[in-house]
Ligand binder design. Sequence first.
Ligand code: SF4
Ligand code: SF4
Length: 264
Amino acid sequence: MTTPDKDLSQRFLNEHEELKPGQDFRFACHPGVSCFGACCSALDLMLTPYDALRLRRSTGQSSKDFAHEYADTSAMPGVGLPMLSMHMQDTEAKRCPFSRSGACAVYENRPSACRTYPLGRATRSGPQGVEEHVFVVREAHCKGFEEPSHWSPATWMADQGLVPYNAANDRFMALASALRQFGLDTGRHLTSQQTGMSGLALYQPDDFQRFLTGSRLMDRLDMTDARREDVLHDEDACLDFGFDWLELSLMGHDEHLKPKGHGA
Ligand code: SF4
Ligand code: SF4
């Protein structure tokens, strides 16, 4: 799990057992465990931009329809970036809307937190890039820890298809962390217009592509024709561009994206 909130991250670090490199853990989750599906309810399940993008592949909806049906929107504490979380069903059990008789109806595109469990992943930006800490989250009701399979954090994350999720989520966290620091250093916070543009770039790649097609925004940026085409036709590339463009437009600099003619 990645979390955008510093206090939450610290609580996480304090409460759970960290796995050091080389340490492994026992776990498996499958329909044969007696608790199968028990954990898919009453969750505080954050949806990162990449989570939302992937979930929409299962639902086939537009980003607006998806957010309206399945998500709650809030502002990231201390940063102001929009953030989605899964709207649990409005019933006593508060089950995830994608839980079907214990199974996950969107398994191929399930969110990163669902993939990462029983591990938790906390990240922070360090001098060498993203620093990762991995924890085991042992919950008493989870029988998966009694299963014989052994994993290292790396083999678990690869098995659960987390590589593209972690890469995109790390960019989201880096943007949030840089914006938090930028706000502290300059006293400047996101305006409502900037919040709206951030939501478009992060959570509405389909609408962002339409916006880019009808505007001259990319003409003013130093981009290859190939990247422009990718951004307009591939939502993963569009989200990657969104991270770059928000860093550039909100804070004035970005490692991967420069205004046309920069340094000329
Ligand atoms: S409680 Fe644990 S073993 Fe049971 S379904 Fe959830 S993750 Fe799997
Ligand atoms: S998305 Fe799937 S795995 Fe995640 S909580 Fe919902 S039903 Fe469970």
